[in-house]
Design a protein around this ligand. Sequence first.
Ligand code: NZQ
Ligand code: ZN
Length: 389
Amino acid sequence: MLGKFTYENPTKLYFGEGVLDSLPEELRKVGKTILLIYGGGSIKKNGIYDKIIGILHDFEKEVIEISGVMPNPTYEKVEEGLSIARRQKVDFILAVGGGSVIDYAKAIAISIHYDGNPWKDYFVELKDPTCEVVKLGAVLTMVGTGSEMNTGSVITNTKEKLKLGHAFSNPDVFPRFAFLDPTFTYSLPHYQMVAGIFDIFSHICEQYFSGEDDNTSDYLAEGLMRSLLVSSRIANKNPLDYEARSNIMWTATWALNTLIAKGKSEDWMVHSLGQSIGALTNATHGMTLACVSLPYYRYILNFGLKKFVRFAENVFGVSPDGLSDLEIAKKGLQEMETWMRELGLVLRARDLGMTLEMIPDLVKGTVVMTTGYKTLSEEEIIKIYRESY
Ligand code: NZQ
Ligand code: ZN
């Protein structure tokens, strides 16, 4: 294990079908005024909104709502939400939705009592909140980001053409609790389900593809990836398979709650490339990652060959017999591509609205990571965008 570290995760998880019945236990602990944050309306169609409003009213909570949080939430929407949230004293924030809603709720939670410029300070300069952070909890309806059990928040500034994320160090940014009912995800369109599955896989890869040491975190990562491969193939054919959907939900949470990053340097270059595409196209997060992953990994294969061999053998079950290390590693990525095609992921960024003319802006918005197997030069980034196109 690399270096010294601390591990703290205060999020209490409630998992399983019908688990929302325990929401009153948590509501009892919080004040009267609840800021309820949700997205574009899926929770009104599938009945989750009615269930939650019913429970809040039973507890005589005063409810303020912010609705219409869009996928890839914008900073403009954060400013709009702040003007609502600051009008009265909010005791607690309840975020109901996917990563976009929870990330947005965190941005609101850290900004309500902040006098500075949240975009510049939190997302560009990556400062941590020093003001009071309003406590929040989450009810998850879309699986992928891990936002339900981490301090990450990703916000898009459309004017500046930047999509930037920050994993805050301040533990107050973790949701106090998260309700994970796999059946809440049944109403997700197939496109969103598979995008979320790839997001999970990518989170694990970002943490796995770094370092040369024998690290427990890598063994945990391999187990999570193997479970995800099995369950995703089942859910792809039968989205109502509870066992598969519940495994995927649990895997997503553990993929990005800092556990498997412990003792690792991590990479995150795929997310940096994908987020830049997202900033310019507003495409679905998981699909942007799908487009850049294979070109990136094929490019860095030689720099982290040992790990790519291990990935091929331990995650995709590639038999090493009679093959060179390079052949084994390439076969692993071939198997990964086969799985991605099976799920129906978008593999060409042009299909997400990317154009070649966007490349200079894409490069500008790409944060270069230095902790993976290869620190990319500008020319190399351009090459990867061209290959992803
Ligand atoms: O807005 P509604 O109507 O609710 O529709 C949403 C949205 O259109 C829909 N949806 C969610 N639950 C549903 C449902 N539709 C039917 N039934 C349900 N049960 O799904 C669409 C996508 O939702 P969204 O929240 O945008 O997806 P996701 O969870 O993938 O979140 C993506 C955002 O999270 C950020 C991404 O960059 C992106 O902005 N990320 C956050 C991270 C973190 N906090 O650590 C890390 C990730 O790498 C990621 O960057
Ligand atoms: Zn992601």
